[in-house]
Design a protein around this ligand. Structure first.
Ligand code: MSP
Length: 531
């Protein structure tokens, strides 16, 4: 947390098909971290992108009657649209088909070859002749069937380059030991050690001759670089590593003052936690500070997949419920690091409970009362007039601390649970202080203090929500009449500062959703009856 800069990445997604809510989950969460760090004054670089090479893309393109480049161009257009819709604040978008990337990947290969980290050998796997695809033992299962077409596969060999993983195993284990923070959750590290490293790590195959859609190896262009060496290096090529201008690379990778964080799903842990640190060591570069492995979003216990017809498309959700509702649901519903499931019932309930009933309602009630009792002007702060005031203020102060420490430690769900606590505390404070009774009894000083404390608590909660609720937080500041230049993060440390402004009652930030209408609506979306 004491570092000055922050570099955060999402995995680069395969443009083999449209993205679904699982991809949105990873990108939204990374975006929340990036926005949080910027809000705290960090210089931040946030990267996402597309992993465009490989056999699957070559085949999907052929099936669609397109060249691979045309095919990925169209799908990647959809990525841009989705990230735009979800208000993703990435600073760059890397595509592995861009020259700035693939040329450097060729140089990286050459460098590793010169270091004697790569050798030419033979790759043996299960081959499906009609699909022209190699599969691993796990992919073909006990019946040795092609996972794509269902036909029998045969054992086959092809010439391939390999990366010498054994050379780097000891130093990887030492790195894990010396950097206990590197892999989160901790259980992932044990999984890597016990499942992959201890039984003996095979050298990693990094080239293929059975398809063409990839980065050709300069030294032997019958081969293309196999996707993971091509893909993982995006995290440095996007910063200009190995190019004429390495300024971003120096600033956001080499400089120890920059905290480097990769966010990724559990399905690709092995590549990031084992091979990526090895590649970096081979290149003589530092390793990331942290890799956070999030769980997968399932659909009622089964993995979201096109073939099962249970894919949730984020577009219509955002269109109907707004970007904030979808961002909030993704951030709050599933504890970061655990697997979770998407259900329409929980989606609607989460928005109703936290956003409509709790947060939106608090703002609405407060603005109405300030209008009613004080002609719309937020009363001046005079310290804590009653013990209830003190309790609300102290809750706000402790929530700020817990929020910051949670987010600095990548505990995103915990951070927003804290903000919910503050909002609930403020709602309870209204019940405790009974402003309508204070008004009736003419206790104006107490009433004024209650309104001021509420306005301040709402400001703080809205500011802390801001990395997630990118639109509603602004709506709340507008309704409280807070001038633009008074909305900075430092203001959360000065409880009482929100005073004297003229409130503007607006529409409810989150209208209550009728589950009887909305649950069937989302179910139809999931069954593909609506688009
Ligand atoms: N291209 C590789 C990544 C290379 S990174 C150097 C890849 N792409 S992917 O499109 O298949 O998926 C990437 C990531 O998307 C996963 O690691 C995960 O973060 C996210 N998700 C894909 N499906 C998901 C769910 N069902 N739930 C949550 N996240 C999901 O692998």
């Amino acid at each position: 947390m004491d570092k000055k800069r922050f570099y955060i990445t999402t995995p680069i997604y395969y443009p083999s098909a449209k993205l679904h809510i699982g991809h949105a989950y990873c990108t939204v969460l990374s975006d929340v971290f990036a926005r949080y760090k910027r809000m705290r004054g960090f210089e931040c670089f946030f990267l996402t992108g597309a992993d465009e090479h490989g056999q699957k893309i070559e085949k999907n393109a052929a099936a669609a009657g397109k060249t691979p480049q045309q095919f990925v161009d169209e799908i990647v257009e959809g990525f841009y649209k989705l990230w735009n819709l979800l208000e993703i604040s990435n600073d760059d978008f890397i595509r592995t088909t861009q020259e700035r990337h693939w040329k450097v990947v060729q140089d990286i290969f050459t460098k590793m070859l010169k270091n004697d980290d790569i050798y030419l050998g033979e790759y043996e796997g299960w081959y499906c002749t009609p699909c022209e695809a190699f599969w691993t033992e796990t992919q073909v299962g006990p019946d040795h069937i092609c996972p794509d077409c269902g036909r029998p596969v045969q054992k086959a060999k092809e010439e391939a380059y390999f990366f010498k993983t054994k050379k780097y195993v000891d130093s990887l284990l030492k790195f894990y030991d010396e950097n206990p923070q590197f892999l989160t959750p901790e259980s992932r590290k044990n999984e890597m050690i016990n499942t992959f490293i201890k039984p003996g790590l095979d050298d990693l195959c990094i080239s293929r001759t059975s398809f063409k859609w990839g980065v050709p190896i300069r030294e032997n262009d019958r081969h293309v670089i196999y996707v993971w060496l091509d893909a993982l290096t995006n995290y440095i090529t996007a910063l200009g590593y190995g190019s004429k201008d390495e300024s971003l690379f120096k600033k956001f990778w080499e400089d120890p003052e920059c905290e480097v964080i990769h966010i990724l799903g559990a399905d690709i842990t092995r590549f990031h936690a084992i091979y990526w640190p090895m590649f970096l060591e081979s290149l003589g570069l530092r390793k990331p500070d942290r890799e956070f492995i999030h769980g997968l979003l399932m659909m009622r216990d089964s993995k979201m997949s096109k073939s099962k017809g249970n894919v949730v498309d984020p577009y219509p959700l955002v269109e109907r419920y707004g970007v904030d509702a979808v961002r909030y649901y993704l951030t709050r519903e599933v504890t970061f690091g655990n697997d979770g499931s998407f259900t329409p019932e929980q989606f609607i309930e989460r928005i109703n409970l936290d956003l409509a009933n709790s947060y939106g309602n608090l703002l609405n009630r407060t603005v109405s009362m300030i209008n009613k009792y004080f002609d719309g002007i937020i009363p001046e702060y005079k310290g804590d007039v009653t013990p209830f005031d003190a309790s609300l203020r102290m809750t706000a102060e402790s929530v700020i601390k817990l929020y910051e420490s949670s987010l600095d430690d990548l505990k995103i769900t915990e951070a927003f649970v804290q903000v919910n606590e503050l909002v609930s505390r403020a709602n309870k404070y209204i019940d405790e202080t009974e402003p309508w009774v204070l008004s009736k009894e003419g206790k104006i000083e107490e009433l004024a203090s209650v309104m001021n404390h509420l306005a301040n608590a709402i400001f703080i909660a809205s500011k802390l929500y801001e990395p997630v609720l990118v639109k509603a937080s602004k709506g709340a500041f507008d309704q409280l009449g807070i001038p633009e230049d008074k909305r900075g993060y430092e203001a959360v440390y000065k409880f009482g500062n929100v005073q004297g402004y003229k409130v503007n009652k607006g529409n409810p930030l989150f209208p209550r959703l009728d589950a009887n209408i909305e649950v069937p609506f989302i179910q139809e979306l999931m069954n593909g009856k609506k688009d």
